[in-house]
Design a binder for this molecule. Structure first.
Ligand code: ADP
Length: 483
C-alpha cells in the first residue's frame, strides 16, 4: 500500500501555537494517521514561535510578493511534526494571540493573513512549489478554508480537498471589495462561490467548494443542518449533506497520560488511584480551596465564552456550594465571566477557586485532581476536556449537545444497571437543569461504589486518535479513489 500524502493546513498546532481544540487536533492527528499509512505535512503560519522551532529548517520556496510582502516556505520537523511554515513577516511576525491584537480586536489584515495561508496551500497542491504534490489538501476551519477556493478557481487538475469545521461560530467574513486584492476572479463572487450575504465568506467558500466536509462529531454534523446550530450556513450544509461526515476527535494519549504525566505530583492509573488523591490535595492547595478529601471537587478548564454556558454555572454556584462541593476553575475570556467567577471566589473563600488565564500545567492538575469536570456548553462541536477528564478519572458532567452527547454515557437507570455509564448529561442545558445535575452529582458522590464505577468506565474508554484516524484515512482513500 503506497502512503497517501496529505497536506494539513491549520492556523494553530499544538504545542507551538494553541488557542483551543483545533491546535490539539492539528498536532495529534498526523501521528495517528501515520499508523494508517497516511503521511501528513502540516502547513502553518510562520508565527515567531513556529519560526523559532524551525530554525534548522530549509527554505524551499520563495514568493516575491504575497499580499504585500515577500514570503518563504520553510520545511522542517518540530515536536514530531513534519511542518511547512509560511514565513511571511509582514503577516505573521507578531507574538501573542494568532487572531486578535493586544486591544482585543481582530488583526485588521486577517483577510490577507489567512488568504496567504490558503494561497500557499493551493500553490503546493498545484505543484507550483518544489514540494511534493499531496493527494489531498485538508483545510481546518475558516483560516484555511480558502484553500479549496484557490484550488478550484485555478482550474485544471488538483488534489482532493477536505474542509473540517471545528466550530461553525467562527466563519471569517470580509468585505466584498477584497475580491480583486485577494487574487480571485470576478465570477468567484457568486452564491455558488465565495459570496456570503454580501461579503466574502472564507468558511462558506470552503464548505461550498471542498470535495468533502467533515466536522468533529456525528451529533454536531446533524445539528449544523438545522437553523439553531447552523449559524446561517445550515442551508448550504443541507445541500452538501451528502459530502458531510462527522468524525469524533481523540486526544493525544501520550500528552494526556496520568501514568507518565510530568505535570502531576504523582503518577496514577485506573488500578492505582493513590496518586489521584495527591493531585486532589495539590489542586485544592493551589486553588486556595479547603484541603478536604471528602469534598466533591468540580473542575472547569475552558474558554470563558457564551458558547461554554459558564454564565449558567455562575448562577448555579449557590447550589454547588449548598451541596458541599468545591469549584476549581481555569479559564480566560469574556470580562463579565472573569469578574463573575472572581466575585464568587471572594464570596465563598475555600469553596470556589478561580484562576484567570491560560495555564497548561494547571489544566493537567485540574483534570487529575477534580472528581468531576463540568462542561455546560450551549453548543459543542466535539469538546476535548471531557475526553481528558475520562482519561484522568474525573467524571464528566456535560450538556447533551454535539460531541459531548457522543462521548459521555449518561448515568441514567438503564446505563447504571448495565454498568456502562461514564458521566452525567444535562438536557436541555439551562440553569435549572444544571442545578439538578449538580444535585445528582452530589448524591452519586455520596454513593462511592457507583461513583467509582463511573470513574473506572471513563478511564477504560478509548479516547485516543486510533479509531478517528482510521475514519479520516478511509475518507481520504475514498476521496482519491484509492483502496
Ligand atoms: P475549544 O476548542 O472550543 O476552546 P475544546 O474543549 O475543544 O474547546 O478544547 C479546549 C482545549 O484548550 C483543551 O485542550 C483544554 O484543555 C485547553 N484549554 C482551554 N482553556 C484553557 C486554559 N485556560 N488553560 C489551559 N488550557 C486550556
Amino acid at each position: 500500500m503506497t502512503a497517501l500524502a496529505v497536506l494539513s493546513v491549520a492556523s494553530e498546532v499544538y504545542p507551538l501555537v494553541k488557542t483551543g481544540g483545533l491546535a490539539d487536533v492539528a498536532g495529534a492527528l498526523p501521528g495517528a494517521l501515520a499508523a494508517e499509512g497516511v503521511a501528513v505535512r502540516t502547513l502553518v503560519p510562520g508565527y515567531p514561535k513556529v519560526m523559532k522551532a524551525l530554525e534548522g529548517g530549509t527554505a524551499v520556496h520563495a514568493f516575491a510578493d504575497l499580499f504585500g510582502g515577500p514570503a518563504r516556505l520553510v520545511a522542517g520537523t518540530a515536536s514530531g511534526l513534519d511542518l511547512i511554515a509560511l514565513d511571511a513577516p509582514h503577516l505573521f511576525a507578531r507574538d501573542g494571540n494568532p487572531y486578535v491584537g493586544p486591544d482585543g480586536r481582530d488583526w485588521p489584515n486577517n483577510a490577507f493573513r489567512f488568504a496567504a495561508l490558503a494561497r500557499a496551500a493551493a500553490d503546493i497542491g498545484l505543484g507550483r512549489t518544489p514540494l511534493p504534490v499531496p493527494d489531498v489538501v485538508h483545510a481546518h476551519d475558516w483560516q484555511a478554508a480558502m484553500a479549496p477556493a484557490y484550488l478550484h478557481y485555478a482550474g485544471g487538475a488538483r488534489p482532493g480537498t477536505v474542509v473540517t469545521v471545528h466550530n461553525l461560530a467562527f466563519q471569517g467574513q470580509f468585505p466584498a471589495e477584497l475580491l480583486g486584492p485577494l487574487g480571485l476572479p470576478p465570477h468567484a463572487y457568486a452564491v455558488d462561490g465565495i459570496e456570503y450575504y454580501g461579503t466574502i465568506g472564507y468558511l462558506k467558500a470552503g464548505l461550498q467548494l471542498a470535495d468533502r466536509i467533515t466536522t468533529v462529531s456525528p451529533t454536531y454534523a446533524a445539528e449544523i443542518l438545522e437553523p439553531e446550530a447552523g449559524m446561517g450556513l445550515d442551508g448550504l450544509l443541507r445541500v452538501r449533506a451528502g459530502a458531510l461526515a462527522g468524525i469524533i476527535n481523540g486526544i493525544d494519549v501520550d500528552v494526556w497520560n496520568p501514568a507518565t504525566d510530568p505535570l502531576l505530583p504523582a503518577a496514577f492509573d485506573a488500578r492505582r488511584l493513590k496518586g489521584r488523591a495527591k493531585a486532589k490535595a495539590a489542586l485544592q492547595q493551589a486553588m486556595g480551596l479547603a484541603v478536604d478529601p471528602g469534598a466533591l471537587v468540580l473542575g472547569v478548564v475552558s474558554r470563558l465564552s457564551w458558547q461554554k454556558g459558564l454564565d449558567l454555572l455562575v448562577d448555579a454556584l449557590p447550589v454547588l456550594v449548598g451541596e458541599g462541593a468545591q469549584l476549581a476553575l481555569l479559564g480566560a475570556g469574556e470580562p463579565a465571566l472573569e469578574q463573575g467567577f472572581a466575585a464568587a471566589q471572594a464570596r465563598w473563600p475555600g469553596r470556589i477557586g478561580c484562576r484567570i488565564g491560560y495555564d497548561e500545567a494547571l489544566a493537567h492538575l485540574i483534570q487529575a485532581g477534580s472528581d468531576a469536570i463540568l462542561v455546560p456548553s450551549r453548543f459543542e462541536p466535539c469538546g476535548l476536556t471531557q475526553l481528558c477528564a475520562m482519561r484522568y478519572g474525573a467524571v464528566p458532567i456535560v450538556a447533551r449537545v454535539g460531541g459531548l452527547a457522543d462521548t459521555v454515557i449518561d448515568a441514567n437507570e438503564m446505563a447504571l444497571a448495565a454498568g456502562v455509564a461514564t458521566g452525567l448529561h444535562v438536557a436541555p442545558i439551562g440553569r435549572e437543569r444544571l442545578e439538578a445535575a449538580l444535585r445528582r452529582a452530589a448524591s452519586l458522590w455520596n454513593d462511592p461504589p457507583t461513583w467509582r464505577r463511573l470513574q473506572k468506565n471513563g478511564m477504560a474508554t478509548d479516547v485516543s486518535w486510533t479509531h478517528p484516524a482510521r475514519r479520516y484515512a478511509a475518507l481520504y482513500r475514498d476521496l482519491v479513489g484509492r483502496d
